[in-house]
Design a protein around this ligand. Sequence first.
Ligand SMILES: [Zn+2]
Ligand SMILES: [Zn+2]
Length: 274
Amino acid sequence: MTATITVPDMRCVARECLARARNLLAKGDEPSVRYACLELRLTIEYITYDQLLAYLKEVPNDALKKWQPRHVISEMREVDPHADQSVSLAVGIEHTYGVPPPGEEMQMLGQDRRFSRKWANDNHNALGNFLHALTIHQIESGKTSNLAGMIKRAAAVADECEAILTSPIFRVNFGQFFEFQCQDCGEQIQRRAGSFTAEGGVKCPITNCQAVYDVEPGKGNEIIVHLRQVKYPCPSCDAENFVGKHRVLNGATAGCAKCGKTVRFKQGFSVEQV
Ligand SMILES: [Zn+2]
Ligand SMILES: [Zn+2]
């Protein structure tokens, strides 16, 4: 289950990459700057993975297999459209319950600084472009490696990554959440209000489950979830059975609730008059 995985401190690993990049950049020669670009690509990746940790309970398990920052950030944005935006935190004492204190009484705690999906993608790609040898065609066309451009780009990326990594606040994930247990696999599903459509429903994040639930408001802050099911009559005893729609796959089997016999779902073509 997603909640129990143990990973190294990604921010710490990112800081180590950044420190190596800074040292290499300071040398200023082309091979060193090239290696600095590689370390900075890793820094962007580790920062992105660290941010993903804030959304582990919400994103599908497959999101953890993705490595390109733009894909990882896209997964986070699926569950939180503001996942790639910086957020500032401030605290203050409410004089009246539910009424925020005036702005001058708020004490700024800091900022969870994040790069956007576009920034991460553009810079990850630009740094990657420096990690290739010039092709024979490029050499013949008179292209030379651009050391000054490489240094400029690398320094800008290092500055942004440093600003993110020195921020005392990180992995902020505020929202109105609801939680329920998957009836099929038992996974505890957490979702942010407004992060799904009525049509799409809420999907269990476990790769080999994928049960889909319809959600409707209940009393007060409660919600009611319904597993999307299909009905079928047992071919042996004719009893009415229900099965999660996600389990109705060609060749999959299920047991009849009344007589216990096994049925197999079969996909087929039929002909109709048009
Ligand atoms: Zn499930
Ligand atoms: Zn039956």
